[in-house]
Design a protein around this ligand. Structure first.
Ligand code: C2O
Ligand code: CU
Ligand code: CU
Length: 509
């Protein structure tokens, strides 16, 4: 482990449980006392190099568990709760206060933990000064309940989202805002949370302890504020100068020698690609966005998690007692112009520390899920990602990011599908940078990926709602939509999405 990366400044800070006047509950972190002098004036930090901290944050704290959103319903199979979109302050850099935009004053937002078959009713109270929506990323909810940009919640307004989770939907999802042109900002200021749908017949033994890791990006200026996007961010996608796990900077997770843990990991960053590796260990992949694989895929040295993707993995403490390891993200070049130090740096995310008392390993079943192939497609679609100089979107006169040559228009329908029909989609990336493709309302199966004329068939079946399309690559996938109405599809680099790299799919009978 590289100790030089660690700057210990003492003082116990919990997860970024930000405290506000009306209280978001517990957490231990506080805003600076009212008498604190403002920080000395410093030149505005326009675009700090990615992953270069401007000043130390507290590191080495035990990883905090996500705070669970409490269920206020007493009816069986029903989950009811309120999310408040609100500003909240938290001391991140010594002597400064950082204003986040949050759900319930938490960064990341509270964990929504529900079961297949549950009816979920969540009230959103918008206390922000701009419109918002809540999008249930990856879930098969009705289009009218999915937080589309066409259905904004005005500042001061409230609405209730309601949907029932079908059997078979168990998986690792998340929720985040999706307002027209404002998604990038609302997410980088703190609004995103994990949503787990559990199966009552989960095949993974409960003796395999579960750990939830929400990875997010934070950019702080020297005065502790979160700066707006620069023109460069709007092009390449915004990365922060801190990568956080559950709102903490480089926390510590403990494991017993011999123990296996099930980690659910969410990439909640706007644009950072995570090439996850755990030093001295291999990783077993058991699940993707929409649930478990048919069987475990062991022995992986690394796992790529593009923005918005999730995985479930098994980590086994195979070293001796008192060992430790670092969960890190390895260099990755996702293309684009003048790309950024981020691609050349290895960044530590979390330290895994072994305790002394060993425990017996728990075996994983070899069959996890009866995941069936979607079958033979009866129709095809092709989408083309491109970028070019243009006047479109919010970056007027700058690079524009387009799907099929068009920028998003909420009033336009770009594609039409028939409900319950198996379709084959080809996503062709004709630009020089990677774009993670995401489709709302369902899970798809990747069939193959073609790069430089070479086609690789996907090695295993998996449910996904987001797939990275490497620069100049084509990805073929199979998909079925089951509910009628308008679905969004877009690049999940949120700066591209917010500038219009998005389209509308109308699902008809
Ligand atoms: Cu995660 Cu359209 O979004
Ligand atoms: Cu989504
Ligand atoms: Cu993109």
């Amino acid at each position: 482990m590289d100790r030089r990366r660690f700057f210990i400044i003492g003082s116990v800070v919990g997860s970024v449980a930000v405290s506000t006047g009306c209280g978001g509950g517990g957490g231990g972190a506080t805003t600076p006392p009212t008498g604190t002098a403002p920080p000395p004036a410093s030149p505005p930090v326009s675009n700090p190099p990615a992953a270069t901290p401007v000043s130390p944050l507290t590191v080495g704290q035990p990883l905090t568990e996500l705070v669970r959103l409490a269920n206020t319903s007493t009816t069986p199979d029903e989950f009811a709760a309120t999310l408040v979109a609100q500003r909240a302050n938290k001391a991140m850099l010594p002597g400064t206060s950082t204003e986040f935009w949050t759900y319930n004053a938490r960064v990341p937002g509270p964990l929504i933990d529900v079961y297949e078959g549950d009816t979920v009713r969540i009230r959103l109270e918008n206390q922000l000064s701009q419109e918002t929506t809540v999008h249930w990323h990856g879930l098969p909810v009705p289009p009218a309940q999915d937080g589309n940009p066409m259905d904004p919640i005005a500042p001061g307004a409230t609405r209730t989202y309601e949907f029932t989770l079908p059997v078979g939907s168990a998986g690792t999802y998340w929720y985040h805002p999706h307002p027209h042109e404002l998604t990038s900002e609302q997410v980088f200021r703190g609004m995103a949370g994990l949503l787990i749908v559990r199966s009552r017949t989960d095949p993974v033994p409960t003796a395999i302890e579960e750990k939830l890791l929400v990875i997010s990006d934070l950019r702080l200026a020297a005065d502790g504020t979160i700066p707006a996007n620069t023109p460069m961010d709007w092009q390449t996608g915004r990365e922060g100068n801190y990568v956080l796990v559950n709102g903490q900077y480089q926390p510590v997770l403990t494991i017993k020698p011999g123990q296996s843990q099930r980690w659910r990991i969410l990439n909640a960053t706007n644009a950072r690609y995570l090439r996850l590796a755990l030093t001295g260990h291999t990783i077993t992949l058991i699940g993707t966005d929409g649930g478990l694989l048919r069987s475990p895929v062991p022995g992986l040295d690394e796992i790529m998690l593009a923005p918005a993707e999730r995985v479930e993995v098994i980590v086994t403490a195979s070293l001796s007692s008192q060992a430790s390891a670092v969960l890190q993200t390895l260099p990755y070049n996702r293309g684009g112009m003048g790309m950024m130090g981020s691609s050349s740096a290895t960044i530590a995310l979390l330290t895994l520390t072994y305790t002394s008392a060993a425990t017996a390993a728990v075996a994983l079943p070899s069959a996890l899920n009866s995941l069936a192939d979607l079958g033979v497609p009866t129709t095809t679609k092709r989408l083309v990602f491109s970028s070019g100089m243009g006047m479109g979107g919010m970056g007027g006169g700058m690079m524009s990011f387009l799907i099929d040559g068009k920028s998003f228009d909420p009033a336009r329908i770009d594609l039409t599908s028939r409900a319950n029909e198996v379709e084959q989609w080809t996503i062709e990336n004709r630009s020089s940078m990677d774009h993670p493709f995401h489709l709302h309302g369902t899970q798809f199966q990747v069939v193959s990926r073609t790069r430089s004329g070479v086609t690789a068939t996907e090695p295993y079946l998996a449910w996904r709602d987001t797939v990275n399309v490497v620069a100049f690559e084509s990805v073929v996938l199979k998909v079925v939509q089951h509910q009628l109405g308008k679905r969004m599809y877009h690049c999940h680099i949120l700066e591209h999405e917010s500038q219009g790299m998005m389209g509308v799919l109308d699902v008809v009978a």
